[in-house]
Design a protein around this ligand. Sequence first.
Ligand SMILES: Nc1ncnc2c1ncn2[C@@H]1O[C@H](COP(=O)(O)OP(=O)(O)OP(=O)(O)O)[C@@H](O)[C@H]1O
Ligand SMILES: [Mg+2]
Length: 372
Amino acid sequence: MIATAMYNFDKNLDRAARILGANRWQRIYHVLLPLIKPGIFSGMTFAFILSFNDVPLALFLVRPGETTLPITVINYYEYGLDPVLAAVNVASLLFLLAVIFLFERIGGSRHKSMEEANEPADVADIELVDVTKRYGDHLVVDQISLNVPKGEFVSILGPSGCGKTTTLNMVAGFHSPSSGRIRIRGRDQAGVPPEKRNIGLVFQNYALFPHMTVAENVAFGLKMKGTSKSETEIGVRRALKSVHLEGYEARYPKELSGGQQQRTALARAIAPQPSVLLLDEPLSNLDLKLRESMRVELKEIQQQLGMTFVYVTHDQEEAMAMSDRVVVMSGGVVAQAGPPVDIYQNPASSFVADFIGKSNLAGRTRRVRGRR
Ligand SMILES: Nc1ncnc2c1ncn2[C@@H]1O[C@H](COP(=O)(O)OP(=O)(O)OP(=O)(O)O)[C@@H](O)[C@H]1O
Ligand SMILES: [Mg+2]
């Protein structure tokens, strides 16, 4: 039962907690345990009933003098604990806990010192240098190089399977590149786990914590950063205000519409004020009308906060309407990168021309400006 509960656990929830800064123990305590609690309780009840049955049965069925496991357990309690055995058990448990604690501390301080090091001025927020990703023989991302300056809205646009999510996951730290370098704010990210990268991520399926209210979801990243209670409240209020979700603080994700869930996911990602926000097809689960109005709002939020956005989409119109720069990907390589107008007017290949050909750039751009 516990295994089934674990199996059904949405791995994106763990990733969401991770990118919001939660370490392993915080993820287990705040996310995994509350969600698999029903499985744990039913498993424990089942085990108790089974063993309760086992003990009287074993006592009744076996010959005198024969030892079974339940009888051994009963004898163990009846004649008292062996003090040496008990001491060894406790000592080994303490030793194990100490090793885990030290491991976490050493890992934590190593990455902390990286964070606290002086940030070089005038450096790109994100830099990819010849980044390649292979799964066995399958080359998924092939020597991508990309510089994203501070405050830019960059879209990675391409057909399904071209490597967009893989690229984003490497920037987030969920996958490591097979070769090449990723730098965030000038620092090499090799070996830096997602929880230490100080970036935000909005998932396609939102990955909201179902057992937390809207306010608790949005507060999560701030809490993991150790922000005080009053500052967390201010941060939550500010984030909910920017996504127009005031008044929804006490609702649970299942009590929200798709659009409201999307806004909550966005508020949760921006609340800890990361300098970079990654968004993986964040609007694809919304209907067309909502998608179009959210495009305008997202662009406005990005400009208000001055945050760097890396926005993954396979929707040409979306990318062309919102971005300062579009990176068109095809089969794991960058087919063309540049401002939307340049790409539209001077496509570098027939693939790019075909892929963006159907979008009505002028109309979309006008609409975004008109709403500002
Ligand atoms: N863990 C993995 N093992 C093997 N192959 C993988 C793995 N993850 C992704 N791939 C492959 O890498 C390629 C790129 O996948 P990716 O998810 O990056 O595509 P995408 O551009 O995000 O597509 P979509 O628009 O459908 O989300 C696909 O062919 C996919 O099958
Ligand atoms: Mg994808």
